[in-house]
Each structure stands twice: as structure tokens, then as C-alpha cells.
Design a protein around this ligand. Sequence first.
Ligand code: C5P
Length: 232
Amino acid sequence: MSKVPVITVDGPSGTGKGTICGLLAEKLNWHLLDSGALYRVVALAAEQQSLSMDDEAALARLAATLDLKFENKGIGQDIVVIYEDKDITQAIRTEKCGNAASLVAALATVRESLLNRQREFRQLPGLIADGRDMGTIVFPDAELKVFLTASPAERAERRYKQLIGKGISVNLRDLSADIAERDKRDKERLVSPLIPAEDAIVIDTTKSDIEAVNKQILSLVGKRFTDLATFV
Ligand code: C5P
């Protein structure tokens, strides 16, 4: 049996990864993995259980046993995240939770605990995987790997608009500082640091809008998956 195809989209926050992955999943009618949401849920659950960020064993146990469901509501909609029967879709989207997620994400055993759960998303007809280490660690054999970048100022501006649009109040200066701190931690951590896979196609989105980036990626999809060429 041939393997299930995967397209990985990695990069720092504010590069438009989430939107691009949603559009690709919708267009191809493939499954979608928002791996960042997993780290965010671990961070939120750890806070609810008053676990210390230093207690790696407890955090890894928590990550391994999360009672978690994702429901894809379609284009332009956040994936609905249900943790222990509660809808935590909005609660995990704050910058505080994003920052805590990057702390738990630096722990090797937490990452290991989430590995299989991520790989289980690889189902027919295919998977779009959004994250930081999708192309390097989780799906190293992916057929197409994209790495999105953009200048820090542009990424902060995009995140600002995105959070305000969701009714989450933020201040641009604090947000820029948070993003810089999170990027540094994600790039410098010892396990699965944020770097493009050797065979990833790096796209700088600083001066492009979502439509242009989406078009560029769809053209890569058409070249890589010849059976989808007429479709995309
Ligand atoms: O993408 P998102 O902002 O939701 O990710 C939150 C945090 O989770 C990131 O800053 C990063 O530290 C971590 N993460 C990760 N590996 C992934 C996805 C997210 O380390 N594949």
C-alpha cells in the first residue's frame, strides 16, 4: 500500500501558516493537523492542574494522556478544541497560553509523548501538517515541505490583527516582545528546534498577501502531486 501523502507547513508565528493550512486542507479535502494547538492544550491543562513548568515527568504524563478532540469546522474557522468535554478553542489562543506552550514544547519528553498522536492524523486522502517540526521530525518523509518566514515586524502586525479580530485585547509592543521571546526559545531549544528541513521550500511572505502565498503553494502542490495538477 502506498503511504498517505503529507504536506508540511512550518515556520514561526505570524507567517500565515494557520490560514494557509486551512485553505490547503479545504482545497484538497485533506485532513489538517494544528500541532501548535496540542502544545497549547498541554500548557493550559498544566496551568489548570497547577503543575510546575519544571516538573517534566508530570508534564509528559499529562501530554501522553490528554483527553482531547479536534473538530474541523471548515474554511476560515478555528479548529474547535474539546478538552475533557469542554470547549477550550478560545482559551488556548491567548499569547499567555502561546508563551506557556513554548515552555512545555522545549521539553524532550513532552514532545516524545505527543509524537504518535500527531502521526495518527496521517489518514487518507492526505494530511496538511502545521507546526514547527513537521518537516524535520514528525513527518520527515513528507512529499512536500514548505517553510514560511516573514520579518518580525510584519509577523507582529499580523498576529495583532488576528487577535484583535478574535476579540482578544493586546498591545502591539507587548505582542512584539512576546513573539520575539517565543521565537528565540523555539529556535534555540535543543530538541526539535524551529529550522527548515533540508528539503523544505522556504517562502518569505513579508511582502505577499495570503492569496499570493496560497497560489504559490498550490503551484508547488500541482508540480509535486501530478495527479492533483488539474485540480489545483
Ligand atoms: O503555532 P502555535 O503558535 O499555536 O504554537 C505554540 C507554541 O507551540 C510554539 O511557540 C512552539 O513553541 C510550540 N510548537 C512546537 N512544535 C510544533 C508546534 C508548536 O514546538 N510543531
